[in-house]
Design a protein around this ligand. Sequence first.
Ligand code: SHN
Ligand code: NAI
Length: 155
Amino acid sequence: MAYFPLFVDLEGRQVLVVGGGKIAVRRVRTLLEFGCQITVVSPEVCEELREKVLWKKKRYDETDLESPGNVGEASRFIFVLAAAAPEVNEKIVCDCRKKKIPVNNASNRDQCDFYFPGIAKDGDTVVGITSGGGDHRLAAKISAVVRQILRTIAV
Ligand SMILES: C[C@@]1(CC(=O)O)c2cc3[nH]c(cc4nc(cc5[nH]c(cc(n2)[C@H]1CCC(=O)O)[C@@](C)(CC(=O)O)[C@@H]5CCC(=O)O)C(CC(=O)O)=C4CCC(=O)O)c(CCC(=O)O)c3CC(=O)O
Ligand SMILES: NC(=O)C1=CN([C@@H]2O[C@H](COP(=O)(O)OP(=O)(O)OC[C@H]3O[C@@H](n4cnc5c(N)ncnc54)[C@H](O)[C@@H]3O)[C@@H](O)[C@H]2O)C=CC1
């Protein structure tokens, strides 16, 4: 069954990203355009992100799912992106499910409460693209074409 595109207000909300490699960086870059506050748990993270996220320089453990400032339910993570090694991601999914926090496992489409879409954005106009998880290359191709269309319309 196809997935419904739910558009969510992320402004000021807390998002947790585990891993600081290529995929995490690409997704953090995208999320920053939507005004959320991002915590990254990873032993390493690229220079670009250090000023823009709360970086916890460490390996993931279950306590990372507690809200960053520990200030209660209001600042609880709205979702978690697991973008480290597959076995780490699997453990994160398990921990999130226990705490009922929506989670995305970048290394396993069968362990995603939601998918990270291809995104085309022009100001507040946003197009999210999914192939339903089965063909990320198609999602990438369509995203590139839609970005081009938005650029053309904006001129
Ligand atoms: C299901 C989904 C779940 C989720 O992660 O949310 C998922 C899953 C997986 N992707 C894998 C591989 C790659 N995915 C990409 C690219 C993108 N993948 C994205 C989304 C999604 N990927 C989710 C929904 C997709 C849908 O709806 O169809 C995009 C749209 C958004 C984004 O990532 O920003 C982005 C294009 C953005 C753009 O171009 O605009 C590349 C290319 C690259 O990275 O450059 C590669 C590697 C090279 C190759 O294979 O081509 C693997 C194997 C991992 C492994 O090898 O371990 C899995 C795991 C699995 O399928 O089980
Ligand atoms: N969904 C998608 O679009 C794609 C998903 N993937 C998957 O995404 C994951 C990440 O891929 P890349 O960013 O390319 O890998 P990468 O090797 O560049 O990055 C992995 C990151 O995880 C960190 N890390 C490792 N162990 C950790 C731990 N215990 N706790 C916290 N952080 C830890 C590393 O320091 C590194 O920053 C992989 O599992 C890969 O299978 C890969 C390509 C595309």
